[in-house]
Design a protein around this ligand. Structure first.
Ligand code: SF4
Length: 433
């Protein structure tokens, strides 16, 4: 590539490091009908008539209005309401939140809500479509009742099929999450789950191996079991099921565009792609994370003066809201909430972008590689050469099959280019980094 072309590509990449407004917006809804056996996400079992949910949704709407007034949402192109189970808010609560999102971030091109089959009623689907959502992502996980029971999921396979079908018929873009390497799963039952969601006409499928997380009921259930007894979750089984999904979904016309994501033409999730391509994002709600440029952080500081000053040399800031759902419901003022912050230098930002970019099938963006070479130096080519020598990246700097299966090895190699962990600080006295 000529020097001119390379510097143009680098310039195009670097623009995202100076944007004052976020490009992507996330809203976290931390309520679920029941906790699944494997879940360590920021969510809690909540009765469907708990008034906290409506108050919390209104708190999020108020935060959106404050962010809009501060000019933080001007450039948002994608929005995502995740959880938890956003559909537990019901037609009125979720519809209101989607409408407020549309009003405060009018330039959204894609707006997704997560959903679970048991709370994705026709009324909720109507509310999603009429209030401006474009996409719904449904937690199916499996189409086998025995497997669903072992995971502690609240819905049946029949209910999942019926609700996914209704979502497709509603005209929204539909994605389904499926989980592999789970108890009782076989190659045949995994094939049937994949075939099942494909036959319902969804445009997007995400597949994940089950992770046994410490502190969950599933971890307690398997504690002390031998490797042999845990063979259903072994790395070999995970790898073979992920490969099986790739072969099967490729045959059905879905393109893998990220390690766990498959889409029909034009149906890739723009919001998730923003996360993997260094675009700044803003998250609202308890335990929601944001990633802002220094300019965006300074803008946020004007309405949240308790935020710590960014140290010299900061290029990017990651924040996580540590205030709970009750606090957000009762006092939805961004300036009074607690946040933990991480301050990344330009070198750390480059290493992070390389690590995240290696999740994408298209491989590392030439502009990103040029940027990383400039701020990190020759170690970038040494690390990329090492990844190629280990068979994790191909000649075009795209992940190989081994790169997918040994993702942590590849991501670790690239993150090591940061050479230091980001500085941390907190608005909480006990959370000082
Ligand atoms: S529905 Fe999702 S967020 Fe809620 S408990 Fe289950 S896995 Fe966790």
């Amino acid at each position: 590539m000529s020097l001119d072309k390379e510097s143009q590509k680098e310039e195009a990449w670097c623009e995202r490091l100076t944007l004052a407004s976020a490009r992507a917006l996330y809203l976290h809804v931390p309520f679920c009908a029941r906790k699944c056996a494997y879940c360590d996400f920021a969510s809690r079992a909540t009765a469907s008539d708990d008034p906290l949910m409506a108050a919390y949704a209104q708190g999020l709407e108020e935060e959106l209005r404050q962010a809009e007034a501060a000019g933080l949402l001007e450039g948002c192109e994608t929005g995502y309401v995740g959880g938890g189970t956003p559909t537990l808010l019901g037609a009125q609560g979720l519809g209101g939140l989607i409408r407020a999102t549309r009003t405060c971030a009018p330039s959204l091109l894609e707006l997704t809500s997560e959903a679970n089959p048991d709370s994705l009623s026709d009324a909720v689907l109507d509310a999603l479509a009429s209030s401006g959502a474009t996409r719904v992502s449904i937690g199916v996980q499996s189409l086998d009742d025995g497997e669903l029971a072992k995971l502690g999921r609240i819905h049946s396979a029949a209910e999942a099929r019926e609700r996914v079908g209704a979502a497709v018929a509603s005209g929204l873009d539909v994605s389904c999450d499926l989980m592999c390497a789970i108890p009782d799963q076989t190659d045949a039952s995994w094939r049937r789950s994949l075939e099942g969601v494909v036959s319902l006409g969804v445009g997007h499928i995400s597949v994940y191996p089950l992770a046994i997380e410490e502190g969950t009921p599933l971890a307690a259930r398997v504690e002390g079991l031998s490797e042999e007894d845990l063979e259903w979750n072994s790395s070999d089984v995970q790898a073979s099921r992920m490969t099986q999904a790739q072969v099967q979904l490729d045959g059905y016309g879905y393109d893998r565009y990220e390690v766990a994501s498959y889409a029909r033409a034009g149906k890739a999730c723009r919001h998730n792609v923003a996360y993997w391509t260094g675009q700044p994002y803003l998250g609202f709600g308890t335990e929601a994370s944001s990633m802002l440029t220094l300019e965006g952080y300074l803008r946020l500081c004007r309405i949240t003066p308790r935020l710590p000053a960014a140290p010299e040399g900061t290029a990017r800031v990651r924040l996580t809201c540590r205030s709970g759902a009750r606090r957000i419901a009762s006092s939805p003022n961004l300036g009074s909430l607690d946040f933990d912050c991480e301050f990344l230098t330009v070198r750390e930002a480059a290493a992070e972008d390389l690590m995240l970019g290696a999740r994408l099938v298209r491989g590392l963006d030439p502009g990103l590689v040029a940027f990383a070479r400039r701020v990190v130096g020759p170690q970038v080519d040494q690390a990329l050469g090492e990844a190629q020598a280990r068979g994790l990246l191909d000649a075009g700097l795209a992940p190989t099959q081994d790169g997918w299966l040994l993702g942590n090895e590849l991501y670790g190699l690239l993150w090591d280019l940061a050479e230091a962990e980001p500085q941390t600080a907190s608005t909480r006295p006990s959370g000082q980094g």
